[in-house]
Design a protein around this ligand. Structure first.
Ligand SMILES: [Zn+2]
Length: 266
């Protein structure tokens, strides 16, 4: 804490100081310059003001444009410059991606073991989730939502298939281990709860984490807010917040209330 409490509240140490992402800063400086030049055509005073605010935000918060940590490293990758940050942690879409990259059993085999264990039931026409499992899973998601940061992170670490150290950064969990990966908080909550709930079922422990991702297809409530989940597309549910690399027509299961994407549908 400094003598400027307001500055401390604005400051985000996870993106500044030694944690500053250099590609993000470079990309944002470029964006601030372009915005300043465009406004200068209209008013020099407004341009100076806009650039000053932009630089202040960049200094305090690490970046100005939301989502920069996700797209900036890839944006500057083709440039022949060394930002000292050549391998940023990957954003992955499943707890099971944290491992060394070796593939586990194929998705068909995982589904078979879930059906054999009774977690997923097959009435001959369609697959559905066992009611008792859904209840246990939903309860655990609720306790993870309500948990404080250290409890959430401990449970994510315990559910991870490999040894990791978890850190919370806004709506992402960083899993630091052999290979650092980012996991969206929604995925961390849904899959940690699934792995915990699966402990009561006849399923080999190494299949639990692998089963957590396909199980997300069966979610009816949002891991983050508990709201109802429905089928949508990235464009319809969360336009503007996704990076330029994401496919706007991608079908997703998303929360009606908070627009969190629960899973990308195949
Ligand atoms: Zn939600």
């Amino acid at each position: 804490m400094s003598q400027f409490p307001l500055l401390d509240r604005l400051r985000r140490p996870e993106y500044t100081g030694e944690n500053r992402c250099r590609p993000c800063t470079a990309v944002n400086l470029g964006i601030i310059a372009v915005v300043g030049a465009v406004i200068a055509v209209w008013s020099a005073v407004a341009a100076v003001l806009a650039v000053a605010v932009g630089l202040a935000v960049l200094a305090l918060r690490g970046y100005v444009v939301p989502g920069t940590p996700r797209f900036a490293p890839r944006l500057v990758e083709p440039l022949p410059l060394d930002f000292g940050h050549s391998e940023p942690p990957r954003e992955t879409d499943a707890l099971s991606d944290v491992g060394d990259g070796t593939d586990g059993p194929d998705p068909g085999a995982i589904l078979e073991s879930l059906v054999a264990a009774g977690v997923i039931q097959d009435d001959g026409e369609q697959l559905f989730l066992n009611d008792a499992f859904r209840e246990a899973w939903t309860d655990r998601m609720a306790t993870l939502r309500a948990a404080d940061e250290s409890e959430l992170l401990t449970r994510v670490e315990d559910a991870s298939p490999v040894d990791v150290e978890a850190q919370l950064h806004d709506d992402h969990v960083l899993l630091a281990g052999g290979q650092d990966v980012w996991l969206r908080r929604a995925v961390a909550i849904a899959e940690t709860a699934a792995v915990e709930a699966l402990e009561d079922w006849e399923l080999s422990p190494d299949v639990r984490a692998l089963a957590a991702r396909p199980l997300r297809n069966f979610l009816r409530t949002c891991p983050v807010c508990g709201g109802p989940v429905r089928e949508s597309t990235r464009k319809n549910c969360c336009g503007g917040t996704s990076s330029v690399y994401e496919n706007p027509e991608q079908p997703v299961l998303a929360c009606e209330d908070c627009e969190t994407v629960v899973i990308e549908l195949d």
